[in-house]
Design a protein around this ligand. Structure first.
Ligand code: ADP
Ligand code: MG
Length: 286
């Protein structure tokens, strides 16, 4: 048992997190970049955040507030200057070695000389999974993301939305319990983007993966998330966490976008971003 488990278990307000190891547990994390001539950029300051298994959490805030940096700390692509980042109770480094998460970023990052199927199989191939198992898993994923007729195509024969679906399928190849996504739909047109959000909701409910999702879009964050983490301009701090309460049994489908609970969530996030007092916010209660 790690500290984070003990802390979460002791805190009964943590509800969903209690008794299970948190997917992510960040305490007092800071990130300072050293730039030219001894100057410093304080990108993140005093970040505390816990993400429960299966929970969908978005990070939102103005450009340059440290959203990508925070995601990079979790993914062990960068190291915190101080504080602690645990992923399933392990150090970020150990979690990376153990392949505890999948990653999808804004550009799909597909290999142009590989087909859809071969791109999805790549992580499995790199980790020594045999051909028959690779093919079977890729087939499942291709079906999950709705690309059955496109399995033999190359990335430049696909639309942006399709490429992004391939990237998501690839990030799911090793059945991660956690997905880290940095503006994965940022380059898509609005209609495709809404369709992809819908797809992602479905995929997450089918796989039970926790997600940390970086976005600029308030409606996107509210549509997708259990909680929206609102960050301030540099140095990036968490200024509020909006719980998206859609009411029992409310599905995240297209009609949600016209639901008063959805508008209430959008308003709460907008007010938090603009630093309005009185929004139903607070520090991370966990
Ligand atoms: P966001 O994703 O919210 O737009 P980033 O996390 O990319 O913001 O960046 C946060 C701040 O840290 C920015 O001011 C950015 O210029 C700075 N930064 C990010 N990476 C580096 C780096 N490798 N070296 C120096 N400064 C960096
Ligand atoms: Mg970014």
């Amino acid at each position: 048992m790690t500290d984070s488990v003990a802390r979460d278990t002791a805190d009964t307000s943590g509800g969903a997190v209690a008794l299970a190891t948190a997917a992510i547990s960040i305490s007092r994390a800071t990130k300072v970049f050293r730039v030219a001539k001894g100057a410093e950029v304080r990108a993140l300051d005093d970040i505390d955040l816990t993400v429960a298994p299966g929970e969908f959490v978005s990070l939102i805030g103005p450009s340059g507030c440290g959203k990508s940096t925070l995601l990079r700390l979790i993914a062990d692509l960068d190291e915190a200057s101080s504080g602690e980042v645990l992923v399933f109770g392990k150090t970020a480094r150990q979690a990376r070695i153990d392949q505890e998460y999948g990653i999808a970023f804004q550009s799909a990052g597909l290999l142009p000389w590989r087909t859809v199927q071969a791109n999805i199989e790549l992580p499995l191939e790199l980790h020594g999974v045999g051909r028959a198992d690779r093919t079977a898993r890729a087939e499942e994923l291709i079906e999950l993301v709705g690309l059955t007729d496109f399995r033999s195509r190359y990335p430049d024969q696909l639309s942006g939305g399709m490429q992004q679906r391939v990237a998501i399928a690839r990030s799911l190849a090793e059945r991660p319990k956690l997905l880290l996504m940095d503006e994965p739909f940022g380059a898509l047109d609005e209609m495709t983007r809404e369709r992809m959000q819908q797809e992602l909701v479905r995929i997450c409910s089918e796989t039970g993966a926790a997600v940390v999702f970086v976005t600029h879009s308030i409606p996107e964050a509210v549509f997708l998330s259990d909680r929206v983490v609102v960050m301030s301009p540099r140095p990036g701090r968490i200024v509020g966490i909006v719980d998206v309460n859609l009411g029992p049994g409310t599905e995240r489908s297209e009609i949600l976008r016209e639901n008063p609970a959805f508008f209430a969530g959008v308003t709460a996030v907008r007010e938090a971003l603009h630093g309005k007092p009185g929004a139903p916010l607070g520090a991370d209660p966990r």
